[in-house]
Design a binder for this molecule. Sequence first.
Ligand code: CA
Ligand code: CA
Ligand code: CA
Ligand code: CA
Length: 301
Amino acid sequence: MRRLRSISVAGALALVAGAVALTGAPAAAEEVGTTAVQNDFVVWRPSNGTWYRRTQSGVTASSQWGLAGDVPVSGDYTGDGRSDYTVWRPSNGVWYVKNRITGVTSATQWGLGGDVPAAGDYTNDGRGDYTVWRPSNGVWYVKNSVTGATSSTQWGTGGDVPAAEDVNGDGATDYVVWRPSNGTWYVKDAVTGATTATQWGLVGDIPVPGDHTGDGRADFTVWRPSNGVWYVYDSATGNTTATQWGLAGDVPVSGDFTDDARDDYTVWRPSNGVWYVKDSASGTTSSTQWGLQGDVPVAFR
Ligand SMILES: [Ca+2]
Ligand SMILES: [Ca+2]
Ligand SMILES: [Ca+2]
Ligand SMILES: [Ca+2]
């Protein structure tokens, strides 16, 4: 039986999109949805704009959607509980969404060149919102994907990495930035506006927010390329863990690949296209080849 999951896991997209600018690493996107469904292995190929998807049971599919230069974004914008094939185009600020089941497409302009797409369900209606974070002024611009209503919230400054996630477990994605210069996570509650600051991580780390403890609250998590260690700070208790998984050059991906409603330690290795998964609860590991060098891994359910 699948457990309902109210958390909107959305941050890795923003953070890795941010990392693109900072480090040149490929973007990874996270998922927004209300039903716990384990992640598929998904890569987007810039050279032909094609999405390649492989389920945990080995079923494969592909779909052309997007152009070179686009940023792949995940999230459920159509409300069917499954990720849609979605790209954001920096040249015109348009979000292009393709329902992976029906093939129905949409295009919504939201954002400007230089913005960082920051997918998440900030409005807590179970559907991803079109959201960008603007480095020049630190403002989050949110467009409700159902009603079209818009809002803006200032949170963060240039140089920060947006890492939006639902940190308090109320179902609404919170405004989160991670500041490389001091390794601090700054959180603004999307509902109440309450703020917190938590030091966790060092310059050079990659923020990969996700719920590794299974309580529905995203934990402050960084992956350190120099030693391949995942450092997790439990957002509820303050307990910390360190788990080695991955090598320098890997791309960390946040997601639940083992179907237990806990995000796992997962890296995708560009040199061989292999996904390496370490279960957050049991430590069990697995590897699956899916994708080619030059692809962008996307967290996708
Ligand atoms: Ca929403
Ligand atoms: Ca929240
Ligand atoms: Ca947690
Ligand atoms: Ca898991």
